[in-house]
Design a protein around this ligand. Structure first.
Ligand code: NAP
Length: 311
């Protein structure tokens, strides 16, 4: 088993393969989710050595936190770390806005603690920046909660490099979570800053919502949150599928899946010590855990770099 890794400057240590849980109760993202199946995915993850569960208020909304919280009650608290996120405000007319106001964030943390049925959260992220709140002031609110023991590590998500620098003025940010995967390597500049400043970089959509798992065929269509995204538009999608298939020989050389080759590649990047692939089925989780044990050769890393250049 791989060693646990530290999140930023915090005392939180996690297994490098974590579980993204937006498909656990994330009814607003995926239609027809089975909640019991979602809870089984979480149990399977913990039973097989995953320690960090990544959820958010907006997944459901609320329901992902509730289901994750229910499963966490079945285990010793210290065996599991929970990451959750807040900043969304759902208005009466269902419009959604972002709010990073210190009082709002503190209230959101209290609400998450209740839904999760825990007395501390291991990693709390500001999910999205808002337009008005100075980023260091928003993070200072989380630092107060950290000093009170309500959260153990501070994260920001969907912040640009400039916003991250402002957020980290006092050096309090432990984790930055951004979209990053082989199809979208734009955020490598943030990774460099993270590496220099003891911040852990956690990529979301690591498998490009399934494309990088290597299981899709050309011309497949989708009826969930993926349908409008650029990567899923027919021409781009088919090109992606063709490139991903070229990873098959590397997967075979390691007797593993394409998904694991992709996850293992990420873990060679600076500051990128943890991945949070999502899963809808328990077998996927068990398979993804193996990625922690795969050591890609320099030639393989080079081939992957060439197939998926930074654009
Ligand atoms: P992802 O990890 O890129 O892709 C997950 C999908 O890949 C699964 O639903 C499954 O697709 C497929 N998959 C996973 N393992 C597989 C395997 N071994 N074999 C075959 N297919 C496999 O996308 P994601 O779940 O949307 O993102 C990961 C996590 O990032 C989320 O759960 C969430 O916690 C976080 N996130 C954060 C933000 C943010 O704003 N901070 C935004 C998005 C996501 P099928 O559906 O086809 O089974």
């Amino acid at each position: 088993m791989a060693d646990l890794v530290q999140l930023g400057k915090s005392d939180v240590r996690v297994f490098p393969i974590a579980l993204g849980t937006n498909a656990v109760g994330g009814h607003n993202l995926y239609p027809n989710l089975d909640e019991e199946q979602g809870k089984d995915v979480v149990r399977k993850a913990i039973d097989n050595g995953i320690t960090l569960l990544d959820t958010a208020y907006i997944y459901g909304p609320e329901r992902s936190e509730e289901l994750v919280g229910q499963v966490v009650q079945e285990y010793p608290r210290e065996q599991v770390q929970i990451a959750t996120k807040g900043s969304h405000v759902i208005k009466d007319n269902d419009d959604v806005i972002q709010n990073n106001d210190p009082d709002y964030l503190k209230q959101q943390v209290e609400n998450s603690l209740k839904r999760l049925q825990v007395d501390y959260i291991d990693l709390y992220y500001i999910h999205f920046p808002d337009e008005n709140t100075p980023k260091d002031k928003a993070v200072a609110a989380l630092k107060e909660l950290k000093d009170e023991g309500k959260i153990k590590a501070i994260g920001v998500s969907n912040f640009s490099l400039e916003q991250l620098k402002e957020a980290n003025k006092d050096g309090y940010v432990d984790v930055v979570q951004l979209e990053y995967n082989l199809l979208h390597r734009e955020n490598e500049d943030v990774m460099a800053y993270a590496a220099e400043n003891d911040i852990t970089f956690i990529p979301y959509f690591p498998l490009a919502s399934g494309i990088l798992a290597g299981k899709y065929e050309e011309n497949q269509t989708f009826d969930d949150h993926r349908a409008p995204r650029r990567d899923f538009q027919p021409e781009v999608f088919n090109d992606n599928v063709r490139r991903v298939k070229q990873l098959q020989s590397i997967a075979e050389a390691h007797n593993t899946s394409i998904a694991n080759v992709v996850l293992a590649f990420y873990l060679t990047r600076p500051a990128l010590d943890v991945v949070i692939p999502g899963a809808k089925r328990a077998e996927q989780v068990v398979e993804n855990i193996e990625a922690a044990n795969i050591q890609l050769t320099d030639d393989e890393l080079k081939k992957i770099d060439e197939l998926f250049p930074i654009e």
